[in-house]
Design a protein around this ligand. Structure first.
Ligand code: PLP
Length: 445
């Protein structure tokens, strides 16, 4: 097995089956049904620890690691994040609610979003979140209005700026380029400072940017740090505001296929830390708290999706062409990434994970869209109906983006470790679907 793609606990057991967290995946699928998602606790915790230790080693000042909830969040995940000593970045009232429900201290939560509704800002203010990360001048004006009569400590803010850096990644997950929908144009920072001067209920704590996701280059983070520190120096020189937090966001990529090499997390943190230390010294700025927001690089590898092969459809094939569709019982409603931005994955048959490839096939989802193909031209052993297909690196931006398209209940998520599996998110039922479905009174008679 390609060990840097699958969870760190992945192995082949005596029965020849794929085992994750000491659990036989075939047995889990038999007991819990498919599609089924697994979250390997050891991999998740190891990634949290790797960030913590790397920052401890390399960054000379204070730091905070905010796990990006959007990559995967439920109460258990928030509890794991908390127990690893990380903080949280949320992007909606729902994520905030789950984080608080998990016992997360509000001051360790940051609220993001380019279009936060008024009621979610009110919710965040009432909870007392650590920072609201402001994206627009309109949001800043609204926050000034919402905090106008408040007594007590002002609400801390970060301003998310658009750094004008286009990262090498799919256009749908680029966020730092000049024409991105995210972030305040740098030229508007002065105007933001004017609004802040008239808003005693708010305090600008720092600056933030986020370049995008699934990034493999570390040098663009150096550029991001330079942009942020230039802006911090301009705020000090022109507005008399000294910020004490700098956040270059998240975005570190992970390998989804064996040929992709994992970026070196330690080297990434070292580069970032050195850029911060040198950049602050060069501009005469005090070393701020460094805030990073990894999502994918913490949770992607910990996740495995299990699907049952339902049917095959032969194709004309030919040299270098797929000879069949292998239809599975999940797809774009539990993992929209291939359809949304041509994401690639690696799969294996759970009953014989190291068997050599025998054919080139497309693995198609069950949903009524031609674009619902989870893998194009995958090289796999012959997969027949009833076989269990395991998809690696399935932890990030899968279940968190899941929908009820075709009214298919969403899969369960199990936390696996030490040979035990716990349901941390149960499979949806038809009753769950019906709960919001009011019907028209009298029409059934
Ligand atoms: N921070 C912000 C503001 C984001 O929008 C995102 C996601 O795109 C992240 C952090 C996490 O990114 P990733 O999961 O790639 O680390």
């Amino acid at each position: 097995m390609d060990t840097h793609i699958w969870p760190i606990t992945a192995s082949v057991n005596q029965a020849g089956h794929l085992e994750i967290g000491g659990c036989d995946t075939l047995a889990l699928a038999r007991e819990h049904g498919t599609p089924l998602y697994l979250l390997d606790e050891a991999t998740f915790r190891a990634s949290c620890r790797a960030y913590r230790e790397a920052l401890g080693r390399h960054y000379p000042g204070a730091f905070a690691i905010h796990y990006a909830s959007k990559s995967l969040l439920n109460t258990a995940v928030a509890q794991l994040v908390k127990s690893e000593g990380l903080s949280l970045d949320v992007v909606s009232g729902g994520e905030l609610w789950v984080a608080l429900r998990a016992g997360f201290a509000a001051e360790r939560i940051h609220l993001h979003g380019n279009a936060k509704p008024r009621h979610e800002l009110e919710q965040a203010l009432a909870a007392g979140v650590g920072n609201i990360v402001v994206d627009t001048l309109d949001e800043l004006r609204l926050l000034a209005e919402l905090t106008a009569g408040r007594t007590g400590q002002p609400q801390p803010l970060l301003i998310r700026v658009a750094p004008g850096i286009a990262a090498h990644t799919h256009a749908h997950i680029q966020t730092g380029q000049a024409d991105s929908k995210f972030g305040l144009p740098l030229v508007l920072l002065g105007e933001a400072a004017v609004i802040l001067r008239g808003a005693p209920g708010l305090r600008l704590r720092g600056l933030h940017c986020h370049l995008g996701s699934q990034l493999f280059e570390t040098d663009i983070y150096q550029r991001a740090v330079d942009v942020l520190l230039d802006a911090a120096a301009a705020l000090r020189d022109q507005q008399g505001i000294v910020v004490d937090e700098i956040s270059p966001g998240g975005g570190l990529g992970v390998p989804y296929t064996p040929d992709q090499q994992p970026p070196d997390l330690d080297a990434f943190v070292r580069t970032l830390s050195a850029a911060m230390a040198a950049g602050c010294a060069a501009r005469g700025l005090p070393l701020p708290t460094l805030v990073i927001e990894p999502g994918r690089s913490i949770v992607a590898r910990a996740g495995v999706a299990l699907y049952e092969v339902v049917a095959r459809k032969p194709l004309a094939g030919g040299p270098g062409r797929a000879s069949a569709f292998v239809h599975v019982d999940g797809g774009m409603a539990d993992n929209i990434r291939p359809a949304l931005y041509e994401a690639v994955y690696t799969a294996a048959l759970a009953s014989r994970p190291t068997a050599p490839a025998e054919e080139q096939v497309h693995v198609a989802g069950r949903y009524c869209e031609s674009g619902d193909v989870l893998l194009h031209d995958a090289h796999l052993p012959h997969a027949a109906p009833g076989d269990l297909l395991a998809l690696a690196t399935a932890g990030a931006y899968t279940l968190s983006m899941a929908s009820n398209y075709n009214l298919v209940p969403r899969p369960a998520l199990l936390l696996v470790g030490d040979g035990r599996a716990k349901i941390i998110q149960r499979r949806e039922t038809y009753e769950d679907l019906a709960r919001r479905d009011a019907g028209i009174e009298g029409e059934n008679q």
